[in-house]
Design a protein around this ligand. Structure first.
Ligand code: HEC
Ligand code: HEC
Ligand code: HEC
Ligand code: HEC
Ligand code: HEC
Length: 385
């Protein structure tokens, strides 16, 4: 999986987190020496302990945004901003999803290694019920029994119980659905519930945790569910989402009219989904034989205003729930084929080539300007008179 370097300097977040003496990068890793100690009731074990047997799963998970839900510099910067703006109240809001171990150990100062592991193994495999947007987002029973897809694995380290929830979207809904003041800030789960993918019975796991072949401790070939949970941080996953086609180009003496169709063919939710600062941008370019070109764009996004009518652009404001109204949401729903018409004015040369492509853009409003941009799809056609 490919990650982007956001270019946020470590100086910035050292400065931010240094303020609170919280931090992060200097902490020693959780290590396992020999056989891991048995699981104890009420204590969340670290990922490295699980990984002493589940090596491949551990390696994939480490690559995932779940493992970086606390240490991710973009989150850290936004969290600190929210923390400052809210006199610390952000602790109660943000950590339930980004550092859910705090709901068990109360470590909201993020001092313990296991808390900083974000969405860690033992936590996720101890969830017994999910309550999207509930007062408490999940019920968790941490102990020597892990919840898994099969439930028939007896090991010296842990027993296991079959959990249908771990095979379905409800598990993900606990954190991938977020409403405040009646504003749907993130609605990945409800977008999915209303999608043709849900009707077909395709759950999040089928697209985000596909089975992969690997070998187990005895060297036998087995397949396990991928824990890298590729999403917007994965170029491969991004390119599965959307296609753009130029359906028609009509040329008049004073203008060129381009009809396009954008299809959300590969995602089980809107594109983009999740945190509202992510956008999709369609670019259309018309180039004449003389190499003169014109370019236009259409942005697909969700825009939220606060109660004073100002657009919220910072993740820290949006995720704190300062929004009062959604003023725009033209994102492309799962399975939708969106038609667009783009008109270029001016005399057209005898031959033109039309190119259309879609970029995925995430521009967190941080201390320094950073942008993540990936081209998702491109198409090109030439037209003569
Ligand atoms: C001493 C080795 C060992 C350790 C440590 C260990 N496991 Fe396992 N676990 C196994 C074995 C063996 C299986 C059986 C399947 C397999 O071979 O992968 C298993 C199966 C599982 C399953 C599938 C359960 C099912 O029946 O659906 C889950 C989930 C799981 N482990 C989670 C964890 C978590 C979370 C941790 C850390 C808290 C952990 N394991 C630590 C050995 C271990
Ligand atoms: C305990 C909360 C929690 C649960 C449960 C959870 N997630 Fe997440 N997930 C998060 C958080 C928080 C992030 C973002 C981390 C970051 O970027 O700082 C995330 C990130 C992701 C991403 C990566 C997005 C990107 O931008 O690349 C994907 C994909 C994802 N989750 C899918 C799932 C799926 C599928 C499930 C259910 C099997 C699930 N998650 C369950 C909290 C959770
Ligand atoms: C976001 C929650 C989440 C986290 C975090 C997580 N898992 Fe899982 N895990 C799942 C789900 C969901 C499945 C079942 C997927 C399915 O059935 O489609 C699963 C399956 C498994 C299995 C059974 C795999 C198989 O194919 O037999 C093991 C073993 C396991 N996880 C271990 C781990 C370990 C070890 C970690 C940490 C390194 C971890 N998990 C982190 C959600 C999670
Ligand atoms: C039919 C396959 C499919 C299903 C079902 C599906 N997704 Fe996705 N998901 C994708 C693709 C493809 C992308 C990449 C496109 C993108 O990021 O905009 C993606 C992206 C994401 C992202 C990253 C968002 C971003 O813009 O960075 C998250 C988070 C996510 N999915 C969570 C979920 C959750 C939670 C569910 C279940 C409620 C789910 N997905 C169901 C295919 C799927
Ligand atoms: C309901 C659970 C939930 C709450 C509450 C929550 N987040 Fe998140 N956050 C997520 C999920 C899930 C994602 C990943 C979604 C996606 O990729 O679309 C995410 C992503 C982010 C990202 C983008 C990270 C990146 O690198 O792409 C930032 C920044 C962020 N959250 C900040 C915050 C702050 C600050 C708070 C508290 C004010 C907060 N979040 C509260 C679940 C939550």
């Amino acid at each position: 999986m490919l990650f982007f370097n956001y270019g946020v300097s470590s100086k910035i977040y050292k400065a931010l987190f240094g303020l609170f003496g919280l931090f992060l990068l200097s902490a020693p890793p959780v290590t396992a020496a020999g056989d891991p100690p048995p699981l104890k009731a009420g204590i969340v074990s670290g990922a490295e302990e699980c990984g002493s047997c589940h090596k491949d799963v551990l390696a994939k998970w480490k690559d995932s945004m779940h493992a970086q839900a606390v240490t991710d510099p973009i989150f850290q910067a936004a969290y600190m901003q929210a923390f400052l703006d809210s006199d610390g109240r952000a602790k109660q809001i943000c950590l339930e999803c980004h550092a859910p171990v705090t709901t068990i150990n109360g470590d909201t100062g993020l001092k313990e290694g296991v808390t900083r592991e974000g969405i860690t193994c033992h936590f996720c495999h101890s969830i017994t019920a999910a309550h999207p947007n509930g007062k408490k987002r999940f019920d968790v029973k941490v102990g020597a029994t892990v919840a898994g897809p099969r439930g028939n694995d007896k090991t010296p380290y842990h027993a296991s119980v079959k959990s249908e929830m771990h095979r379905g979207a409800e598990l993900c809904a606990a954190c991938h659905e977020y409403e405040a003041n009646g504003i749907k800030i993130m609605a990945t789960w409800s977008e999915w519930k209303n999608s043709p993918q849900a009707t077909k019975g395709t759950v999040c796991q089928q697209c985000h945790m596909p089975l992969e072949n690997t070998t187990n401790q005895k060297g036998e070939r087995i397949s396990v569910f991928s824990h890298s949970l590729a999403g917007g941080h994965s170029i491969v996953q991004l390119r599965k989402g959307v296609v753009v086609n130029i359906s028609n180009v009509e040329r008049f003496s004073d203008r060129t009219v381009v009809d396009l169709e954008i299809e959300n063919s590969g995602a089980g939710h809107s594109l983009p989904t999740g945190i509202p600062t992510r956008k999709l941008v369609l670019y259309v370019q018309v180039m004449g034989a003389d190499n003169r070109s014109q370019k236009k764009s259409v942005v697909y996004e969700k825009i939220i205003f606060d109660k004073k009518g100002r657009e919220l652009t910072r993740d820290s404001d949006i995720m704190q729930g300062l929004g009062a109204v959604i003023v725009k949401d033209n994102r492309i729903a799962s399975g939708e084929k969106r038609k667009e018409q783009v008109i270029f004015y001016g005399a057209t040369p005898s031959e033109v080539s039309v190119t259309a492509w879609i970029d995925y853009v995430y521009q967190p409003a941080l201390l320094q300007n950073t942008e993540m941009r990936v081209e998702m799809t491109r198409t090109e056609r030439s037209f003569g008179r």
